[in-house]
Design a binder for this molecule. Structure first.
Ligand code: CUA
Length: 163
């Protein structure tokens, strides 16, 4: 009598193993980027009336504010086609939280070289935090197409060497 059971052929195995390995690999990549590299979706940090941004704190006074030892807050507005402030100076080793919104259309907030990649939506406050270890100049770019002069919309973060 023939023994009952299932025979798994080699070519079946060749499909089964990757179909398990690929999702497991993706989950591992997700876990590493979320908890190891600190990548996550920016949270909704609040709402602001897009027509009253200039009158609403903290956006009524855009700028850089020191909020602790080595900690800074950038209160930023975006509008076609500029950021305010458009130059941010912090010492090396600072942790900088950007609190930003848009006065008009959807803009982007992207700092290559730092962990900042967010959208600025009218009506919504975006909050992202990054650490700047290395002195240098970091471009801060709008990376959402926002009209004819989108490519001119940029600012910069100047990280100064610690004295
Ligand atoms: Cu603002 Cu593109």
């Amino acid at each position: 009598m023939r023994k009952s059971g299932t025979t798994v052929y080699l070519y079946e195995l060749a499909w089964i193993l990757p179909s398990i390995a690929i999702p497991v690999g993706m989950l591992a990549a997700l876990t590493v980027t979320a908890f190891g590299a600190g990548m996550h979706l920016p949270s909704v940090a609040g709402r602001v009336s897009p027509t009253k941004v200039a009158q609403t704190a903290p956006f009524d006074q855009p700028g850089v504010v020191q909020v602790g030892v080595g900690r800074y807050e950038v209160r930023m507005t975006s509008q076609i086609w500029s950021f305010a402030p458009n130059e941010i100076r912090v010492p090396a080793g600072s942790t900088v939280t950007f609190i930003a919104t848009s006065k008009d259309v959807v803009h982007g907030l992207f700092i290559p070289g730092a962990n900042v990649n967010a959208m600025l939506l009218p009506g919504q406050v975006t909050r992202v935090t990054a650490r700047f270890e290395k002195p240098g100049e970091y471009p801060l770019l709008c990376h959402e197409y926002c009209g004819i002069a989108h490519h001119t919309m940029w600012a910069r973060v100047i990280v100064e060497p610690r004295s």
